[in-house]
Ligand binder design. Structure first.
Ligand SMILES: Cc1cc2nc3c(=O)[nH]c(=O)nc-3n(C[C@H](O)[C@H](O)[C@H](O)COP(=O)(O)OP(=O)(O)OC[C@H]3O[C@@H](n4cnc5c(N)ncnc54)[C@H](O)[C@@H]3O)c2cc1C
Length: 519
């Protein structure tokens, strides 16, 4: 179906448009700027070129049921408010390659832009969707195949399907703790799993990325082939191409123990002490996955705390290492869900906690494991959220997630990544501010309130010398410079790989969403 003459025609058309186009600003909010007439014509020309070779049933345009179904299926309402002119739903990697070849002449000069979508669970509005551009929605790329010590997963799958496939095999894999999460976001941004303390970050468990490059070539990136690309993708996200499948290391895994408990704010400082004490002791257990949160719920009308706790060994009662986090008194006994779990059931439980199609905001920062800094952060947070309780359907939390040394030490042996997380500064604790609300009129208030909390936490941690520059892309917001937060050496490494694998910068100019390398 692919024809060279078609590409040549696209190039001629695009040169005419490009000559009078302005440079594309790097601000992600540019996606909401109206298209110029010339850009509109270029988009029409690009779509006509696609229509010539791609079946129309996988080209969803505005006003069709397929378009609405796909565009309404993002996690966050703000992402669904972004309206591409076309959603392309390839059914094979060859169609992805064809798309790249057709779109490249338009996109490389920035007059047509596109977004790459996995499961659409990232709340950042333009990371995986694009106003007036083309969204490449990978949902139809399906397939999960198990090998002896690995699983290969097509880019349109979700983690819940991977866990279903592994159920009963005696093997596990590091993936999202929510079964609804997409493979692409987590396996290219770092990614925390139920097993991260023992097995490392999700990206550190990727053995091979199959990727369509800017040239349209489909290549593998692994420890032996294109190894610089493999390392760059472990943190580099959508900056190098469209990943069509992922091969991840599997490991022997029994059912495990875990769940949630709910308690009150007076106990939260003690929980911070317990968390820091656990990860700083000489031999912390690599079997724990701890998340402790303090938050506000408008439904409950107040501040409440939640611990999500996992012990990844096959036990039938609460292990001693979790007792400091479970034996809190008082707690809401009826909400205690600690029990034996499978990977599939644990991820289903977390998926059920997500709030679909609400307005959603993530922000994050990284701190050395220091109880005083974390307690101060919690106070900044609860003080601030108490000032915006008039926000309709407000649900917000500050969540602390440890990066123990056992996690940080998995990076180098697994081939390395570009995240810049130095074990010598560990153990670390990620602070995530997550907010849901329903009324767009509250957007600015929520954003400025949470940004001021984050700024205070960062300033306080800087003063205490406990701030770590790393920003976790999975939880990042538009004002974060995630790539710079990896450090100058890693940023330079990413830029070098970009010049090698994408010399014309297609995935910098043509794919403006997410976090770009040359900011
Ligand atoms: C309920 C819930 C639970 C979560 N749990 C976890 C967790 O346990 N651990 C954790 O680390 N994070 C977690 N997150 C955060 C989540 O990992 C990120 O939001 C992640 O980006 C989602 O991945 P996705 O593929 O669904 O995202 P999308 O929104 O589809 O994409 C995110 C980014 O990845 C790029 N991308 C996606 N697929 C590809 C591809 N194939 N090729 C190139 N680029 C691609 C997109 O362009 C975009 O920039 C959770 C989020 C929610 C809402």
């Amino acid at each position: 179906m692919f024809s060279l003459s078609l590409i040549a025609r696209c190039c001629v058309a695009v040169l005419a448009f490009a000559s009078s186009c302005h440079a594309v600003p790097s601000d992600p909010s540019f996606a909401f700027a109206p298209l110029s007439i010339r850009q509109g014509q270029a988009v029409d020309a690009a779509i006509a070129s696609l229509r010539a070779v791609i079946p129309t049933r996988i080209l969803a345009v505005r006003g069709t049921a397929l378009y609405d179904e796909r565009n309404d299926s993002y996690l966050a309402a703000q992402v669904s408010e972004v309206k591409p002119v076309l959603i392309f739903l390839p059914t094979s990697k060859e169609q992805v390659a064809l798309f790249i070849k057709i779109i490249k002449p338009f996109a490389v000069v920035g007059i047509v832009r596109f977004a790459i979508r996995g499961a659409g669970q990232m709340p950042l509005p333009t990371a995986a969707n694009i106003q007036d551009g083309i969204t490449l929605d990978l949902v139809n790329l399906k397939g999960i195949s198990l090998d002896t010590c690995s699983v290969t997963v097509a880019a349109g799958e979700i983690w819940g399907n991977v866990y279903s496939k592994l159920e009963g095999t005696g093997y596990g894999v590091g993936g999202s703790r929510s079964g609804l999460g997409g493979i692409g976001g987590l396996a290219t941004q770092g990614g925390l799993s139920f097993f991260s303390s023992r097995e490392g970050l999700i990206a550190d468990n990727v053995l091979n990325y199959e990727i369509v490059l800017a040239s349209g070539e489909i290549v593998n990136a692994n420890a032996k082939q294109n190894s610089d690309l493999w390392v760059s993708l472990k943190g580099g996200n959508n900056n190098f191409g469209v990943i069509t499948s992922f091969t991840l290391r599997t490991f022997k895994q029994s059912p495990f123990w875990g769940g949630s408990i709910y308690y009150f704010s007076d106990s939260f400082p003690g929980q911070i002490d317990a968390l820091v004490g656990e990860i700083k002791k000489p031999n912390p257990s690599p079997e724990t996955q701890l998340m402790i949160s303090i938050g506000y719920s408008s439904q409950l009308g107040g501040i409440l705390c939640q611990n999500q706790l996992y012990y990844t060994q096959n036990v039938t009662s609460n292990p001693p290492v979790l007792k400091p986090f479970t034996d809190i008194s008082p707690q809401i006994d009826s909400l205690n869900s600690m029990r034996p779990l499978t990977l599939k059931s644990a991820a289903s439980e977390q998926a059920a906690d997500a709030r679909n199609q609400l307005r959603t905001l993530y922000m994050n920062t990284m701190i050395k494991a220091d109880a005083a800094t974390l307690k101060a952060a919690s106070t900044y947070y609860t003080t601030a959220i108490s000032t915006i309780t008039s926000v309709t359907d407000l649900l917000g939390s500050l969540t602390l997630q440890p990066y123990p040394l056992s996690l940080l030490n998995q990076q180098a042996p697994n081939g390395g990544n570009v995240l810049g997380l130095d074990p010598s500064s560990g153990p670390l604790v990620s602070i995530l501010l997550l907010t849901y609300w329903s009324n767009p009129a509250d957007d600015a208030l929520v954003y400025t309130t949470m940004k001021s909390v984050l700024d205070k936490i960062n300033a306080d941690a800087t003063a205490r010398k406990t701030l770590v520059p790393f920003k976790f892309m999975n939880y990042a917001t538009k004002s974060d410079d995630v790539i710079s937060s990896y450090g100058a050496t890693n940023k330079a490494k990413l830029q070098k790989a970009s010049k090698k694998y994408d010399p014309q910068g297609l995935f910098q100019t043509g794919v403006p969403g997410g976090f770009k390398l040359f900011k």
